[in-house]
Write a protein that binds this ligand. Structure first.
Ligand code: NAD
Length: 419
C-alpha cells in the first residue's frame, strides 16, 4: 500500500469504499478490488541526442481482468507515479464495466515531460518502455491507448515495437493508432464527442436547451479541444478554454474553429491576443458562471478549497478524477448535476473498443457507423446510470460506480477463486 499511497489513489479507493458500502459488496471481493491485480515498475534508459544516457521511470498497472483483457491509456507527465497510475487503472475497470465493454482496467505512465524531448528521444523512450512491458501487453491481455502527453504516433511506435518482437503486424495491441496501421475513424475526437453526448442528455434531463448554453472548458489538449469544437458545432456558446498556462474568456463566446487553427501553430500565445478574449486563470475559469463546466485536464482540480466557488449547473468530468471527495459533497449540496468521469469520458475507451473489434475482424467501418455506435453505447450507459440514481436516490457518481463495480463483482463471483 505504501508505494501506492498518493492523493489520487486515496481518492479512487475512497470512492470505491463509498460505493462498496452502498452496495454491501462481498468483503473478500472488496479486499481484492481495492488493490491492483498486477503492477510493474520499469527503468527506461534512453540515449539522449547529446550522447548522454538518462533513465526514466515507467509503470504499467492492471487493476482487474475478470471481464476480459485490461484496457487503459498511457500517460507521459513529470508527476506520474505508481499510485496515480493505479488509481487511473481502477477507474478504467469501473468505466469499461459501466459501458458494458468486455474489458478490465489498466493504465501506464512514464515520468517525463514529453515537450522537453526531441522526436527521436521520444521514439527511443517509447520503444524501450514498450519492450520493458512487452510481457504484460497484447491484444488478448492488455491494450494501451493515448492519454495525457501521448498520441497516435506514440501508439504507432508501441505497435511497431511489439510487432517486431513477435514477427508480424499486431494492430490490436494498442488503440488510438493512425488509420494507416489499423486505427479507427473517429477515435481522435471520441472522448470529446462522448462528453458532448452525455452533456446533451443531462441538459435534456434538466430541461435545458443547447442553443447558446454557456460552456467553460479547462484543458485544451486532445479531449478539451475536441469537446470545445463539438460543443460549438452543437450550438453551445463556449465562453472559456485554458491550458496549463492559463486561459481565455469571451462572454459572447469564443470563435472556436479559428482558435483551434491558431492554437495548432501558435500554442498558448494565441490566448494572449486581446482580440480573442480576456486572459483568465485556471482558478477563475473553474469559478465562472456558466451552464456547463468541463474539467478536461488533470485530476484534483476541484477541491475543498475552491468547490464553493463553482457556479455551473452541470459538471461534466472529461478528465479523470478532477473532483476530490470533499469537493464532491460541496457540489452536491449546491445542487450541481455531476456527470462523473467514468461516464463522461467513456467515449475514448468505447471507440477504442470499436477499433479493437475492427482490428480483430480486419474489416473497417465508416465514420458515421462509429459515431452512431458511440452514441448508442454512451447514452445507454447515461440512461441506466440516471435511472439507477433516481430510483435509489443516490448521486450520479455513486450510481455509476455501483453499476460498474456490480458487473465486475458478478464476473468474479461466477468465475470463482483460483486455484
Ligand atoms: P492532453 O495532454 O492532450 O491535454 C491535457 C491538457 O491539460 C493540455 O491542454 C494541458 O495544457 C492542460 N493542463 C495540464 N496541466 C494543467 C493544469 N494544471 N491546469 C489546467 N490545464 C492543464 O491530454 P488529454 O488526452 O486531453 O487528457 C485530458 C484528461 O482527459 C486527462 O485527465 C485524461 O486522463 C482524460 N481522458 C483522456 C482520454 C483520451 O482519449 N485522450 C480518454 C479519457 C479520459
Amino acid at each position: 500500500m505504501t508505494e501506492l499511497d498518493n492523493p489520487t489513489f486515496r481518492l479512487a479507493v475512497a470512492q470505491f469504499d463509498q460505493a462498496a458500502q452502498q452496495m454491501n459488496l462481498d468483503p473478500n471481493l472488496r479486499q481484492r478490488l481495492k488493490m491492483p491485480e498486477r503492477s510493474l515498475i520499469v527503468s527506461i534508459p534512453v540515449r539522449m541526442d547529446d550522447g548522454k544516457v538518462k533513465v526514466f521511470s515507467g509503470y504499467r498497472v492492471q487493476h482487474d481482468s475478470a471481464r476480459g483483457p485490461s484496457k487503459g491509456g498511457l500517460r507521459y507527465h513529470p508527476d506520474v507515479n505508481l499510485g496515480e497510475v493505479a488509481a487511473l487503472a481502477m477507474w478504467m475497470t469501473w468505466k469499461c464495466a459501466l459501458s458494458g465493454l468486455p474489458y478490465g482496467g489498466a493504465k501506464g505512465g512514464v515520468r517525463v515531460a514529453p515537450e522537453e524531448l526531441s522526436r527521436a528521444e521520444l521514439q527511443r523512450l517509447t520503444r524501450r518502455y514498450a519492450s520493458e512491458i512487452f510481457l504484460m501487453i497484447g491484444p488478448d491481455k492488455d491494450v494501451p491507448a493515448p492519454d495525457v502527453g501521448t498520441n497516435a504516433q506514440v501508439m504507432a511506435w508501441i505497435m511497431d515495437t511489439y510487432s517486431q518482437q513477435v514477427g508480424f503486424a499486431v494492430p490490436g495491441v494498442v488503440t488510438g493508432k493512425p488509420l494507416s496501421i489499423g486505427g479507427s475513424l473517429g477515435r481522435e475526437d471520441a472522448t470529446g464527442r462522448g462528453v458532448v453526448y452525455v452533456a446533451l442528455e443531462a441538459m435534456r434531463h434538466l430541461g435545458m436547451g443547447i442553443e447558446n448554453t454557456t460552456v467553460a472548458i479547462q484543458g485544451f489538449g486532445n479531449v478539451g479541444a475536441h469537446t470545445a469544437r463539438i460543443m460549438a458545432e452543437a450550438g453551445a456558446r463556449v465562453v472559456a478554454v485554458s491550458d496549463r498556462l492559463g486561459g481565455v474568456y469571451a462572454a459572447n463566446g469564443l470563435a472556436i474553429p479559428e482558435l483551434l487553427t491558431r492554437y495548432r501553430t501558435e500554442g498558448h500565445e494565441c490566448f494572449r491576443d486581446r482580440g480573442v478574449g480576456d486572459r483568465i486563470t485556471n482558478e477563475e475559469l473553474l469559478a465562472l458562471d456558466c451552464a456547463v463546466l468541463i474539467p478536461a485536464a488533470l485530476s484534483e482540480q476541484i477541491t475543498g478549497k475552491n468547490a464553493d466557488q463553482v457556479r455551473c449547473r452541470i459538471l461534466a468530468e472529461a478528465a479523470n478524477g478532477p473532483t476530490t471527495l470533499e469537493a464532491d459533497q460541496i457540489l452536491l449540496d449546491k445542487g450541481i448535476f455531476i456527470i462523473p468521469d467514468i461516464l463522461a469520458n467513456a467515449g475514448g475507451v468505447i471507440v477504442s473498443y470499436l477499433e479493437w473489434v475492427q482490428d480483430a475482424q480486419r474489416f473497417f467501418w465508416k465514420a458515421t457507423d462509429i459515431q452512431e455506435r458511440l452514441r448508442d453505447i454512451i447514452t445507454a450507459a447515461f440512461g441506466e446510470t440516471l435511472q439507477f440514481s433516481v430510483d435509489q436516490k443516490i448521486p450520479m457518481r455513486t450510481a455509476a460506480l455501483v453499476s460498474g463495480i456490480e458487473k465486475v463483482a458478478q464476473a468474479h463471483l461466477v468465475r470463482g477463486l483460483y486455484p
